[in-house]
Each structure stands twice: as structure tokens, then as C-alpha cells.
Design a protein around this ligand. Structure first.
Ligand code: ADP
Length: 376
């Protein structure tokens, strides 16, 4: 814009440009310095260094704003600083020039431009101060909130862990008593009473599994896990071994399609994630359908996406986010047994491994759960 203005002025009045460069009868600075090479060298070197440093600083600022303008608040202020600094740089270059040639008119006008840029920056900075203070206090508040939220989360997880532990003891007593009652007095009980007893045993067993899963969720949330290069092939073999009994019972076919490269993960967490996804993939199929599961990888640059694709019942779009919540289930125990914590553990474990998780699913046409981890 400045260049365009200068060009316009030059075109309108060509004599002006020549006038700018005239030296009249003025003496160059070298005369004042009595042509002493040491003092000339001192001034010229310093002015050149200052000038080039200013150009470097303003170029860096411009590059910074260009690369990160979305993240830098008030990025235009950086540009104003850049303009102010570069015009200061030019005043130093003029100091060098005027050592030998007395172009004081041009030097004066360069100073005018520098003065305009400086005054504009000073005014803009002054007006910006309240907004900077507001930003600082907003950052402080959000940091305080983050710390409080983190503390509350930790407390909640510690609470869940303790409560789960403590709940187990009385539950064991209920289970033990129900078992003793069945063994010692089962024969004397009416059929209706026996049924009640069976229901107590069933419910307490289910609650025990839920507490166990909740403890597992809390362990995944709170424990320290080391991340390292992990062989996916080995992890998948272990996960398959964990679901083998279920898999056999349902006549499932799990097909792992190689090659699968290494990923950065924690072997225990990753095995747990894959076992949960495979377990679900062979469980949630329509009655009479043989579960067929494909596990394959897709290259995503620095990451590897591992997909578990099934031929199951699928998940309606409106539930696809909710199923990752603790205890969230879409079916009755009778139809598909479970606690509703598996996917919450998967989500937490993937987050702990700094990975991503997602799914694509169409009701009646199966689901594809995927996780993305850095390549190892
Ligand atoms: P659980 O398997 O114990 O029910 P999860 O947390 O693993 O709990 O899954 C939550 C719910 O998400 C399941 O109850 C089911 O409704 C749905 N779901 C999970 N995986 C699948 C799948 N592969 N196909 C269809 N539905 C699924």
C-alpha cells in the first residue's frame, strides 16, 4: 500500500522524486566525522547491524503471523510492530548513506514514515492494553477451571475405585449366603422361593461383574502405562486367545488380514482394546447368523488405522456416540448379555495411548470400529 502511494506521488509529480534525492549544499556526515575512518567504521557498522537486525526481526514476525495467525491473538499488532521495526531499520540504513552523500531530504522523509508507523503502533498498543488484560484473566480462569476439573475427575475416579472395592465385600456375603441357602435348604424350599433365590444369585453375579468392570475402567483411567513399539500381530493373537471360548461357542470366524506394522502403544491396553472390540464383533450378531469378523489396517501417514469389521446387527446413528458412555447398552441382558463398560474402557485406553477411535455402522449391515495409533 505504501509502495502504491509512493508510485502514485511519483507519477503525478516526477520532479518530487528527484527532489527527494538532492543533497543541496549540505555536508555529508563523513565531513563532520573529519573523514576519520575509525569513527566512520564505528557508526556504519553499528547502523548496518541495527538495520539488518530490524529487517530480520520484522520478517520473522511477518512469517510467524503468516504461519500461526489463527492461534496468535491480536496478530495484527505483531504486523504493526513489524512495520514499525522495519521503518526504524530504514532510518539506520539512511544514516549509513548520509555518511557519504547528504541525502538529508530523503532521510527526513524516511523518518516521517517511521514516525507515522511508531505513533500508530503506540496508539494501537495503548488501546489494546485492556483487551490484553482481559485475555490474561480469561486464560487464568480457564486454567483454574482446568485444574479444578482435573482434581474433581481424579477424586471421582478414586471414589469410584474405593466404592467398587468396598461394595464387593457385602456383595460376596450376599452371594455366599444365597449359595449356602440353596445348598443347605434348597430341598425344603417351595419352587417359587427357589426361583427368587436364583434371581438373587443371578443379580448378585451380574453386579459382581459390573463392579469388576468398573474397577478395570478406573484402573485404565488412573494407572501409569508405558508406551512403546508394539507388534500388532502379537497383540491380536493374544486378544483372540482371550475371546476364544466365546468365539468357539458362537462358531465365529475372525480373519486377520496382514501385513500389520508396529504401532506405538501399551501392549496390555491394546490387547484389552482389541479383545473388547473382537468380543463385541462376535456377540452383536442377529440370531442364527455366523459371526464373521475382518481385522485389517489402513495406512494414514504417520498413523496406522486398525479396523474391526463385523457382519452384526449394526448401530443406529443416534446411538453411535452414546455407546461409549459407562453402562450404556442398547439391548436387554437376555438378548445380549454385558455390562456396558467395554467400549468406555476402549475409549479411555485409546485416549491414554494418545490415539483416535471411531466407528462406521449401518443398522442391519454390520459395524466397523477403528482405532488410529502412531506407527511404531
Ligand atoms: P457390552 O458389550 O457389555 O454391552 P459395550 O460398552 O462393549 O458393552 O458396548 C455398549 C453397547 O454398544 C452394546 O451394548 C451394544 O448395544 C453396542 N455395540 C457395541 N459393539 C457393537 C457391535 N460391534 N455391533 C453392534 N452393537 C455394538
Amino acid at each position: 500500500m505504501l509502495g502504491a502511494a509512493v508510485l502514485a506521488v511519483v507519477l503525478i509529480s516526477p520532479g518530487l522524486l528527484g527532489g527527494l534525492f538532492r543533497a543541496d549544499q549540505f555536508m555529508p556526515h563523513a565531513t563532520c566525522y573529519l573523514r576519520n575512518p575509525r569513527i566512520i567504521g564505528l557508526h556504519v557498522t553499528s547502523d548496518l547491524l541495527i538495520g539488518f537486525a530490524y529487517v530480520a526481526i520484522s520478517s520473522t514476525l511477518a512469517w510467524l503471523v503468516y504461519r500461526a495467525r489463527q492461534e496468535i491473538p491480536f496478530h495484527w499488532m505483531f504486523l504493526a510492530f513489524g512495520l514499525f521495526i522495519i521503518t526504524c531499520g530504514f532510518t539506520h540504513f539512511m544514516e549509513v548513506w548520509t555518511v557519504w552523500r547528504a541525502v538529508y531530504w530523503l532521510a527526513g522523509w524516511v523518518k516521517v514514515v517511521c514516525a507515522l508507523a511508531s505513533v500508530a503502533t503506540a496508539i494501537a498498543l495503548y488501546r489494546l492494553v485492556p483487551r490484553i488484560f482481559a485475555l490474561i484473566s480469561a486464560v487464568k480462569i480457564s486454567e483454574e477451571r482446568r485444574v479444578k476439573l482435573q482434581a474433581a475427575n481424579n477424586e471421582l475416579e478414586a471414589f469410584a475405585s474405593t466404592v467398587s472395592h468396598d461394595l464387593r465385600a457385602p456383595l460376596r456375603a450376599v452371594q455366599g449366603m444365597a449359595c449356602a441357602l440353596t445348598e443347605d435348604f434348597g430341598g425344603q424350599l417351595e419352587p417359587g422361593a427357589r426361583e427368587y433365590l436364583d434371581q438373587i444369585t443371578d443379580a448378585s453375579r451380574r453386579m459382581d461383574v459390573m463392579i469388576r468392570d468398573l474397577l478395570e475402567y478406573s484402573r485404565v483411567s488412573r494407572s501409569e502405562f508405558e508406551l512403546k513399539s508394539v507388534d500388532l500381530q502379537v497383540v491380536l493373537a493374544e486378544a483372540q486367545a482371550l475371546i476364544e471360548a466365546d468365539s468357539k461357542e458362537r462358531g465365529a470366524k475372525v480373519q486377520v488380514e496382514g501385513p500389520l506394522s508396529n504401532v506405538v502403544a501399551n501392549p496390555t491396553l491394546l490387547t484389552q482394546v482389541m479383545a473388547n472390540l473382537l468380543g463385541n464383533a462376535i456377540k452383536f450378531v442377529a440370531p442364527g447368523v455366523r459371526p464373521l469378523v475382518r481385522v485389517f489396517a489402513q495406512d494414514k501417514g504417520n498413523h496406522l488405522r486398525v479396523c474391526v469389521k463385523d457382519n452384526g446387527i449394526g448401530i443406529p446413528p443416534e446411538y453411535q456416540n452414546r455407546i461409549f458412555n459407562v453402562f450404556e447398552r442398547l439391548h436387554s441382558q437376555a438378548k445380549y448379555p454385558g455390562t456396558g463398560i467395554g467400549l468406555a474402557i476402549v475409549q479411555k485406553a485409546v485416549a491414554r495411548m494418545k490415539g483416535q477411535l471411531g466407528l462406521e455402522s449401518v443398522p442391519g449391515q454390520g459395524s466397523c470400529f477403528w482405532i488410529e495409533l502412531p506407527k511404531g
